[in-house]
Unconditional design. Structure first.
Ligand SMILES: Nc1ncnc2c1ncn2[C@@H]1O[C@H](COP(=O)(O)OP(=O)(O)O)[C@@H](O)[C@H]1O
Ligand SMILES: [Mg+2]
Length: 577
């Protein structure tokens, strides 16, 4: 079915004779077939969002309706890929056409000539339903790709064969002669179904002390990371993409700065997974919006990314979706809404912004997968937000805050003082801390939650003391208070600060996190006892214990844990616990 263009306004096109089309149908626009999506239907007129540069389109040009929505391709070969917001393989385009984007090109997301070794896991005669695993492929060295019956499909397996196949070849036949291939498609705007949503009880371990200890996020949780320009959003996203514990990483980059995406494209392919030593790209998919793409293409990248994440979740993996930043996505919705001449909401954003954001975050979660009782997977969402001027009262931050389970608030003052990660511990929160306590107690140490309480209390105390100092000067403080100030400063410098570019400290295992903090807090106790015994503050500040604490984070984990334990033992012997 096709219509004709009657209006062109930047990336938005209106076509007539489109009465048969439906909202969100995919269309090919103009002679070279630019990719577009129907975003409004009125009588026989369809408004179309075009995801490519519309230069050269003319009135009267044809628009042809695909009769189906924007779909992503799912199957082996996704890992290691670099896609744009509508899943065009940027790396292939660059290799074949020397440019990131040539317009109207229809390259498939998954290579059609690549062959995969498929091993069946069910026999002919087996009854299968949506989500059932019929076979597997070793997609990368560590990741086994499970071929699942698409949601909504069920029947009896008539035939299934092991061997070497391309993604489009038939690997199994269900009754009624329905063929099954590795390649499947899914509409990006529709969440993939699950058997059951589960409460989050396992942490998403980031290797960042301030997150894991103070504001932990569950695997399957959602966290927003708002912060002004230069506060460290991109560093957080990229550090977690490298070091956080997840089977699969989906990284959505919206390109805040000019060459940021070029850097990602240049960097990521060379990065190594710190736990396996294998290329990081073996468990990563990049969804990248370069600056020469229309803003609207960013709007779909979020959906493309989350659909890929859900697909690996359905295989039983823990997936982390890193989005940098969702503000760029929200701005795209604003631009589209303005072109539709919709009634604007706050700051020009569409009135449905909050709903759209909520729908996106709801696609995160910990689930029991469709099709198999004991298969669980998760999608954790870590979403950067760039509020203009770093002002959190703007609509995107506010709406996101209401639906996300945790907030890691980045702070310009801390960033100026080069305290990184520049997490403001008063503004930040996590609703997952209490539900995750049993895990930390059982897996790391019974007093992990207590350390968090003690750490928060110390930071709070420091703040109160600072106010007094500012009002009446340091002399107003007693020695016990002065030492609390000093140790709190030590905690900020040596514990909360963490250099993302340090060989040793870029990621800190939980055990190391625990023992450093325990030693620091015990040092406070030690100092207090010594003061009672008549020691001078200066003597304590010059103590070898303090010097040792200052070296700890840059000490490799095993040595560090040993040293911390020895030190705790010694301090205990000297003053009693
Ligand atoms: N954890 C960190 N360790 C060391 N330096 C950091 C860290 N986080 C941020 N920085 C510094 O801050 C700069 C700006 O961070 P970036 O993530 O690009 O900010 P944003 O994305 O919020 O604009 C980085 O180039 C880096 O020098
Ligand atoms: Mg950035």
């Amino acid at each position: 079915m096709s219509g004709t263009i009657i209006k062109i306004s930047g990336p938005t096109v209106v076509a007539r004779e489109m009465a048969q089309t439906r909202m969100f149908n995919r269309v090919a626009v103009g002679r070279i077939g630019l990719l577009g999506e129907v975003i409004r239907v009125r009588r026989d007129e369809a408004t179309i969002q075009v995801y490519e540069d519309t230069t050269g389109l003319a009135l009267g040009d044809e628009v042809s309706d695909a009769g189906e929505p924007l779909l992503v391709e799912l199957g082996p070969g996704l890992l290691g890929s670099i896609f744009d917001g509508v899943q065009r393989p940027l790396d292939v385009l660059a290799a074949e056409h020397g440019d990131w984007i040539a317009r109207g090109l229809k390259l498939p997301a998954l290579p059609r000539d690549r062959q995969w070794v498929f091993t069946p896991l069910v026999r002919p005669g087996t009854q299968v339903a949506g989500g059932a695993c019929v076979g597997a492929i070793q997609e990368t060295e560590k990741i086994q790709h499970r071929v699942l019956v698409p949601p909504g499909v069920s029947g009896t397996v008539l035939e299934i064969r092991g061997g070497t196949f391309t993604v489009t070849e038939t690997i199994a036949v269900l009754d009624d002669d329905r063929p099954l291939a590795m390649l499947q498609r899914w509409p990006v705007r529709t969440p993939r179904p699950v058997a059951e949503r589960l409460p989050p009880v396992v942490p998403f371990i980031t290797g960042q002390r301030v997150f894991d200890m103070l504001f932990p996020v569950a695997s399957g949780g959602t966290v927003i990371v708002p912060g002004g320009f230069g506060t460290g959003k991109t560093v957080v996203e990229q550090t977690l993409a490298k070091y956080a514990q997840a089977d699969i990483i989906i990284y959505i980059g919206c390109g805040e700065r000019g060459n940021e995406m070029t850097e990602v494209l240049a960097d990521f392919p060379h990065l190594k997974d710190p736990t396996t030593g294998l290329p990081l790209m073996q468990r990563t998919v990049l969804v990248i919006n370069t600056s020469n793409m229309p803003v609207a293409a960013r709007e779909t990248s979020i959906y493309t990314g989350i659909t890929l994440a859900e697909y690996y979740r359905d295989m039983g993996y823990s997936v982390a979706l890193m989005a940098d930043s969702t503000s760029r996505w929200a701005e795209a919705t604003r631009e589209i809404s303005a072109r539709l001449e919709e009634m604007p909401g706050e700051e020009g954003y569409p009135t449905y912004l909050a709903t759209k954001l909520a729908e996106f975050y709801e696609r995160g979660g910990c689930v029991r997968c469709l099709g198999q009782a004991d298969r669980q997977g998760s999608v954790t969402i870590v979403s950067a937000i760039s509020p203009p001027g770093g002002d959190f009262s703007e609509p995107v931050t506010q709406s996101s805050m209401q639906v996300a389970g945790a907030l890691w608030a980045l702070d310009s003052d801390l960033a100026h003082r080069r305290h990184f990660p520049a997490i403001n511990w008063k503004r930040s929160f996590s609703l997952y801390a209490a539900p995750l306590d049993p895990w930390f107690r059982a897996q790391v140490a019974p007093d992990w939650p207590q350390l968090r309480i003690d750490l928060a209390a110390l930071l709070q105390k420091e703040e109160e003391l600072q106010e007094i100092v500012q009002l009446v000067g340091i002399d107003a403080l007693q020695d016990q208070e002065r030492i609390a100030l000093e140790v709190s400063r030590l905690v900020r410098e040596e514990y909360l600060r963490q250099n993302a570019f340090s060989q040793i400290d870029a990621a800190c295992p939980l055990e190391k996190q625990y023992w450093i903090l325990k030693a620091l807090l015990l040092f406070l106790h030690y100092c207090r006892e010594r003061l009672k015994q008549g020691w001078a503050i200066e003597q304590l500040l010059g103590s070898p214990f303090r010097a040792e604490l200052e070296r700890m984070k840059e000490t490799p984990p095993r040595d560090c844990v040993q040293q911390a334990r020895a030190m705790i033992e010694k301090m205990g012997q000297e003053v009693g616990k």
